[in-house]
Design a binder for this molecule. Sequence first.
Ligand code: NAD
Ligand code: AKB
Length: 320
Amino acid sequence: MRRILVTGALGQIGSELVPALRAAYGEATVVASDVRQPAGDGGGPFVALDCRDAAALATVVREHRVGTIYHLVALLSATGERHPQKAYHVNLGTLMNVLEVAREYGAAVFTPSSIGAFGPGTPRDPAPQDTIMRPTTMYGVTKVAGELLADYYHHRFGVDTRGVRYPGLISYGSPPGGGTTDYAVEIFHAAVERGEYTSFLGPDTQLDMMYMPDAIRAAMELMEADGSRLRHRNAFNVTAMQLTPERLAAEIRRHIPGLRMKYEIDPVRQAIADSWPRRIDDSAAREEWGWAPRYDLAAMTADMLANLSRGAGGAANVAV
Ligand code: NAD
Ligand code: AKB
């Protein structure tokens, strides 16, 4: 079997996707890579790789006989607004390198887009699958361009490119990487550790979210799907729930009744959130490859708190 390469493997998604892929396809089949070094021994193959280096990427793909690339490298929305020029080069430059090496070596590519690809001109509730895409962040610009680039490599060169537009992802494993939806992860840690959270988004800011096990399953199921059924190859809308800080806090209070919420709005991240839809329509993913989330707000919250309470953070007051 040709191997699977995961780029950006030490990030929020990669740190959970790599073990899931190894469980499904075998430890030695999955090569993890990142520009950073892992803290410990992850148990399977790891290569240090900066995907801006096209030659180094090609060497890894050739030497490890890679047949599928899960390309997770990106600067997220908030970091991207702090470093727009770098976000352009990292997000689009590395994707271009991945698509070129995939063309040359006949590899399939999964690359995630985001609800950040939408902009203030998009219908907000719901945002359709095919609609106006005029984002106002550098992150969004690179995500729309990346969707188009991946489609181009499929139509022009026959590369098997596939992708989803993820909503904000909630997980307890690795910290989020500098996004606008990070509050939905931070709140759990703060609730367990301090019983208080200060949100940088306003109480009623509604965005789509998904629990990480669903996000991992979405990526793997899309890559396993019958390609002949896929009309929207790159950038299927996928979602699981719509949250506001207040709605999420209310659900956490069912387990930690004393949770106190404060608000110190970050104008940059609030403006980004306000430019994104309140809800996206994922019916194309449901129809074309059978997408369906398994975790709703209640199930996700209970699982997050159960796992955090088992961790070292100390959560004696968590009733799960
Ligand atoms: P992350 O920031 O947690 O991880 C990205 C990883 O890429 C990091 O480990 C970083 O070290 C690595 N990296 C950065 N530059 C690199 C380079 N030049 N070469 C190699 N590695 C490099 O991001 P994530 O949350 O895991 O997101 C992965 C993908 O999913 C991104 O494309 C992101 O836009 C998309 N996405 C994420 C979310 C989310 O909520 N996490 C939502 C929508 C879309
Ligand atoms: C971000 O907030 O930037 C990411 C995303 C939704 O793409 N979590």
